[in-house]
Design a binder for this molecule. Structure first.
Ligand code: DHB
Length: 296
């Protein structure tokens, strides 16, 4: 069985819908839950409604995806209905939230009835939100503590990889009382159309996801789980069961999946059944392989 505790939530399996992709509506999250995810994370919501950046907002590359949506959302005030629909999928629903200061994060979290929170401290390109605050360990600690005091459900802190040493951010989240850290958010990236010479994204800079970032994400999970007491949830480019097993072997308690879902929701059950068959073949348990890369 793949069931167990992931960052304070009891999950049937450790494969979780990553924030952003398919987390905009209750109906899409319910679909991902029914397709076999152990939990779902919403698209980030904030204090006020936002339209997001002008387009194009997404570039598809062979190695992944660059997006600069600009944190579009209907405000947390209009999001409880979506969460309630998502919950019909029968798995825990985690609300991804963003804000500009600890009080704003706490206000949003206090207002939502949900199974957990994931603090988006890492959007790579929304001025005043995300990375700008998520790169400063003192901010990470303060925001985490404010939300931790405001709610009675698990608080996960999603970290940006766009720093020299991600372990410093993980330690800050842990000091603030996080139940888990989630690593990694997207890497800052861009693409240029050579015919016109123009940057493709309306916002020029966006966040890179997909297979290109998996080795970076794996390194971050390995580094974080080496220094933290709290669990690390791995995310970044996971596309097959081997990728998920690598994350767990690097120390991950859970694994999130986003960009790979663009190829169809079947990948969720392909990955969970692949992990089960692998463990059977090796005679290993999930607990036995967690962090095994450090012990070899
Ligand atoms: C957006 C937010 C993110 O956290 C991210 O990694 C990429 C894009 C956005 O809404 O623009």
């Amino acid at each position: 069985s793949l069931s167990g505790d992931v960052g304070g939530l009891r999950l049937e399996n450790p494969l979780i819908l990553a924030a952003g992709i398919l987390g905009t509506t209750g109906a899409s999250m319910r679909r991902v839950a029914l397709a076999g995810a152990g939990a779902v994370v919403t698209k980030s919501v904030g204090l006020e409604p936002r339209n997001g950046h002008p387009g194009p907002t997404v570039v598809r590359l062979g190695v992944g995806l660059i997006n600069a949506m600009g944190l579009p959302n209907p405000s947390y005030r209009a999001f409880q209905d979506e969460i309630d629909i998502a919950r019909e999928g029968g798995v825990p629903v985690v609300a991804s939230i963003f804000g500009s200061c600890p009080e704003e994060f706490a206000e949003i979290a206090s207002a939502l009835d949900v199974d957990g929170f994931e603090l988006n401290l890492s959007c790579p390109h929304a001025g005043g939100y995300g990375m700008e605050i998520g790169c400063d360990p003192a901010n990470v600690e303060e925001i985490t503590r404010a939300v931790r005091r405001a709610v009675n459900v698990p608080v996960w802190v999603k970290l940006t990889p766009n720093v020299t040493d991600i372990r410093v951010l993980g330690i800050a989240a842990q000091r603030g009382g996080a139940n888990a850290v989630v690593a990694i958010n997207t890497l800052k990236a861009m693409a240029i159309d050579v015919e016109s010479g123009y940057p493709i994204l309306g916002n020029v800079i966006g966040g890179l996801s997909g297979p290109a970032i998996k080795p970076v994400a794996l390194r971050c999970v390995y580094e974080l789980s080496g220094v933290l007491e709290i669990p690390v949830i791995g995310v970044g480019g996971v596309s097959c069961w081997q990728d998920a097993v690598e994350m767990i072997m690097a120390g991950a308690a859970g694994v999130q999946i986003g960009t790979a879902l663009m190829g169809g929701l079947e990948v969720i059950r392909d990955i969970t059944s692949g992990i089960i068959r692998f463990l059977d073949r090796k005679g290993w348990s999930l607990e036995e392989i967690r962090g095994i890369a450090r012990r070899r």
